[in-house]
Design a protein around this ligand. Structure first.
Ligand code: HEC
Length: 110
């Protein structure tokens, strides 16, 4: 007889989860600043503008990343703030990360 109680608790916690900052899917950075950071730090390997062809093997264009349905504020923020084997650790600040995420998602073709 505990299942209904558990279900009720889960339901009750949904609005809290949805409104937590981590779940926010609206980019809050500065796209212009993000474009400048991308221009400066990412062009060695990525095509950073709209469309474009990859500059080096293996680095996807930022446009193609933006167009993926699986790309979200969360996924990009996590990716950019985690060291990756094939990408140098760029030591981006939280603000720079937000700006980049805002810029990249702004490339998305609707
Ligand atoms: C030295 C080359 C290099 C630089 C500089 C670089 N990247 Fe990358 N990046 C890569 C490579 C290679 C991959 C593919 C990694 C993989 O698939 O394992 C990648 C993957 C990514 C992805 C994930 C794409 C996916 O498949 O989900 C994003 C987003 C990204 N880079 C953004 C950036 C941004 C933003 C910058 C600048 C701040 C940057 N990168 C700078 C080489 C680079």
């Amino acid at each position: 007889m505990r299942a209904p109680l558990v279900a009720l608790l889960l339901l009750a916690s949904l609005p809290v989860l949805a409104s937590s900052p981590g779940a926010a899917q609206v980019p809050t950075g500065d796209a212009v600043s993000g474009a400048m950071i991308a221009e400066r730090w990412c062009t060695a390997c990525h095509a950073v503008g709209r469309s474009g062809t990859p500059a080096t093997d293996g680095a996807p264009t930022l446009q193609s990343v933006a167009d993926r349905p699986s790309t979200t504020v969360m996924s990009l923020s996590v990716f950019l703030r985690t060291p990756h084997a094939r990408m140098p650790d760029l030591s981006l600040t939280r603000e720079e990360t937000d700006d980049l995420v805002t810029y990249i998602l702004g490339l998305r073709r609707r």
